[in-house]
Design a protein around this ligand. Structure first.
Ligand SMILES: [Zn+2]
Length: 321
């Protein structure tokens, strides 16, 4: 136990320089006392991977973020308490930023939003269903739906099912509601949502220009589109793995690179084809739609480290009121 304590109180992935260290300790000793009983259990569950102490901005717990491989940081640094990854907490960072900037509601975590009274109703669309696996969870839609005054709609896409249809087995669930949606042709009315969230989805959408326009269409003035996506800031132009010759005819799609599939947490039986890796021209696409693009990279030791958001990015795109 002594060794374990030492492990969680130390940066197992040491910052390269003093300058990368956070200004304040990430957790007060008293907070660690709260988590101490659970540390052994968490450590076993995550294969005794190195961990970083901090407070989770999703579940709000004093926690430890477990990471076996720094190269996989954005999909790792998993919260021992709630199972969210660094990337999911980057999205939570964006959600909390929007609530603070737009509504004046300042909460430290999504779970903590429940204690606040909102000045007006908030409508959220998340293109990811919530899920809870043993060592990875996506509770964002459920936590937001638990806030009084927040209405959440989430979705997944199956081409064979009618668009807009409630997802099988979830018909009775009102908040978060869930329906079958094609991002290229959303069934929602204009200006339906204050927040739209996509989580590593856009690289899998065949006609992404249509999808971005659709997201802009359903976003209400003053709303924000928050997302993560595989991309490179060092690359101006998007790399197309698949060239779409005729938008109406997928059979003519030209696979100019080896086909790459990513696991689809919305649909584990069907891995999703990756169409592209974005460059910074993505910013221009979004700006042309009238969105204010604010890209943030959270480095190790940066502003997100206390929440276990490290080596991860977030696009925060506001539609002016
Ligand atoms: Zn957590």
């Amino acid at each position: 136990m002594k060794r374990l304590l030492h492990q969680v109180k130390t940066y197992v992935f040491p910052p390269k320089s003093e300058a990368e260290l956070p200004e304040a300790p990430v957790l007060a000793p008293a907070d660690w006392q709260l988590a101490i009983d659970r540390l052994q259990q968490w450590s076993t569950k995550y294969g005794h991977a190195p961990c970083l102490p901090g407070r989770c901005n999703v579940c709000g717990e004093a926690s430890a973020f477990f990471c076996k491989d720094q190269a996989l940081a954005r999909e790792s640094y998993t919260c021992g308490a709630c199972g969210t990854t660094s990337r999911y907490r980057a999205l939570a960072h964006g959600v909390l930023r929007w609530f603070a900037e737009e509504l004046g509601v300042r909460a430290e975590s999504l779970a903590g939003l429940r204690e606040h009274k909102l000045p007006r109703p908030v409508r959220v669309y998340d293109a990811q269903l919530p899920f809870y696996y043993n060592t990875c969870s996506y509770p964002l839609p459920d936590l937001l739906a638990a806030v009084e005054g927040v209405q959440v709609q989430c979705s997944r896409f199956r081409g064979a099912d009618p668009l807009g249809a409630p997802i099988e087995g979830r018909e009775q669930v009102v908040n978060p509601a869930a329906s079958n949606q094609n991002l290229e042709r959303l069934t929602f009315a204009d200006s339906s949502f204050d927040l739209v969230i996509t989580s590593d989805v856009m690289e899998h959408v065949r006609l992404d220009a249509l999808a971005h326009a659709e997201i802009r269409r359903v976003l209400a003035p003053g709303g924000a589109y928050l997302f993560t996506v595989p991309h490179s800031r060092a690359m101006a132009a998007t790399t197309h793995r698949v060239v779409v010759r005729d938008p109406l005819d997928p059979s003519q799609d030209d696979f100019v690179m080896e086909r790459e599939y990513h696991g689809d947490t919305n649909d584990p039986e069907n891995a999703a084809l990756s169409f592209r890796v974005y460059g910074t021209d993505l910013d221009d696409t979004l700006r042309d739609l009238g969105l204010q693009v604010d890209y943030t990279f959270f480095p190790f030791g940066g502003v997100g480290v206390a929440n276990g958001v490290v080596n991860t990015e977030l696009f925060y795109c506001k539609l002016p009121a």
